[in-house]
Design a protein around this ligand. Structure first.
Ligand code: GAP
Length: 458
């Protein structure tokens, strides 16, 4: 078997054809920066989420789960700094009004730029490189000056006057719900510091140019942990957290050679350290999938100031505002990394090509496919009994059309790790053939032993 190169265009086409990801509102021409997870995509996404939850909440001492409301008091976003400082530098093409994100255009030219630079700093670099930057639509190079564009998405929740005053924002980052529930968690669960709170939640950003499929979208999901520690007692915990997050990606099935660390050079003003985990996407190259940040005491100090409620922690009479170590993973990006890693084109010995999604079995949308060899002579009915039994425990497919070879290939494409074939011999020997996806090896197993067989496999 010879593995062949893959491109992101192939993965995007595959995602749609096989029911993993669809563009939002496709029948209306598609809404930029929003995607829907299809029948197989939602299974894969849920499997990634439950693996994250298991490792970050269920299997951890002193970590607590949360699911906070998306809508929050608008003052939350003043306290967090989002209403004043959550922006990207944007310029407009004077010919066709198309908007570009200036820091990203500069980066493409190899110029060191990022969204945290002041307008003055970014405009200086923009002026120096303007003639090399082309409008995506008309190809021109005549742009307005770069201006900071705020990324928060507004809603009219509770605004019955429709004047748009005091908007309630959609969350710009999911983690704010954790800070708002810091006191509630301490008062209800009485955790001993250090402790963590974990949440999976949606975030919305008015991205100027959503791009690269699931990579930069306007609506996305984040899986966050916030670890509360004593001030300055963070070095050891930060290193532990970094190690655990790296290992989590390996356990998810991403290969070590396709992962990379990068430390931030230009920190946001409140952070004292920040590292990204990057994945080497086909066609796009290495880019960020998770950020690990030391946010100091900034968040709880700000919310204490703006809400008037004291958010310090009381440790036997000693009061202090805890520091926060954050891990924030983008689920869309990790989903795309998992799909990219697993998507495989193989040239088989007989010269034919096989597409196979080499997902770890626990991530596979369908765990077992049950395939009756033929529909007649009671074969289908007997096979269906196996489906009814195994589908109590596992997501199963039952497929009885097309040749057995074609049915195997279809299951390979969607990553089903095991296929069971019920044939004429099964009636005699009470056994079925089990075919494993990656090796394509087959073995004969008694029907009565199937449950135990799969407990061992999953
Ligand atoms: N609370 C910290 C925070 O939001 P961030 O680096 O802005 O930090 C964390 O975001 C993660 O969320 C990123 O590593 C990325 O995986 C994901 N993310 C951020 N912006 C995104 C976007 N526009 N589309 C998809 N995922 C995004």
């Amino acid at each position: 078997m010879q593995e062949q190169n893959k491109t992101m265009d192939e993965i995007i086409a595959f995602s749609k054809q096989k029911g993993f990801v669809f563009q939002s509102s496709e029948i209306y021409g598609g809404l930029a920066g929003a995607y829907d997870f299809g029948p197989l995509g939602v299974e894969l996404l849920n499997n990634i989420k439950s693996f994250w939850w298991k490792k970050n909440v269920d299997q951890k001492l002193n970590y607590f789960g949360l699911d906070s409301a998306m809508f929050k008091d608008p003052r939350v976003w003043d306290a967090s700094g989002h209403t004043s400082g959550f922006s990207d530098p944007m310029a407009e093409c004077k010919t066709c009004n198309t908007r570009i994100r200036v820091d990203k255009e500069l980066e493409k030219l190899g110029v060191q730029a990022d969204e945290k630079m002041s307008e003055e700093e970014i405009n200086k670099l923009f002026d120096e490189n303007k003639d090399k930057i082309k409008c995506h639509k008309c190809g021109g190079s005549d742009f307005t000056k770069a201006k900071a564009f705020n990324l928060l998405v507004k809603s009219n929740l509770g605004d019955f006057t429709s004047k748009g005053e005091n908007p309630v924002y959609l969350p710009g980052e999911a983690c704010q719900g954790i800070y708002l529930n810091f006191k509630n968690t301490v008062d209800s669960m009485h955790p001993k510091i250090p402790f963590g709170i974990a949440q999976i939640g949606k975030a919305f950003r008015n991205e100027i140019s959503p791009r690269n499929f699931l990579f930069r979208t306007r609506e996305f999901e984040q899986a966050d942990t916030q670890f509360f520690v004593r001030p300055n007692e963070n070095k050891e915990a930060y290193e532990r957290i970094k190690k655990e997050r790296w290992q989590w990606y390996l356990d998810l099935g991403l290969s070590e050679k396709s992962l990379q660390w990068e430390q931030h050079e230009n920190l946001v003003f409140y952070a004292s350290d920040a590292w990204d985990i990057k994945y080497n996407f086909p066609t796009y190259g290495f880019d960020e999938i998770e950020g690990i940040h030391n946010r100091t005491d900034y968040d709880l100090t700000q919310h204490t100031k703006f809400s008037g409620v004291d958010l310090s922690y009381n440790d036997n009479g000693e009061k202090f505002i805890p520091w926060i170590l954050e891990t924030s993973m983008g689920l869309g990006r990790v989903f795309l990394a998992v799909l990219s890693e697993a998507f495989t084109k193989e040239e088989l010995e007989d010269g034919t090509e096989r597409v196979v999604l080499k997902l770890k079995p626990f991530l596979a949308p369908v765990k077992i496919a049950i395939l009756p060899l033929v529909k007649k002579d009671g074969i289908r009915e007997e096979a269906f009994k196996i489906f009814e039994n195994l589908s109590q425990k596992y997501v199963c497919n039952f497929a009885d059309t097309a040749t057995i070879g074609k049915r195997y290939r279809k299951q390979d494409e969607i990553g089903t790790p095991f296929c069971i074939t019920y044939d004429y011999d099964s009636k005699e020997d009470g056994a079925v053939t089990i075919r494993e996806r990656d090796s394509m090896k087959q073995e004969r197993i008694k029907i009565k032993d199937l449950e135990k067989y799969f407990i061992d496999k999953f």
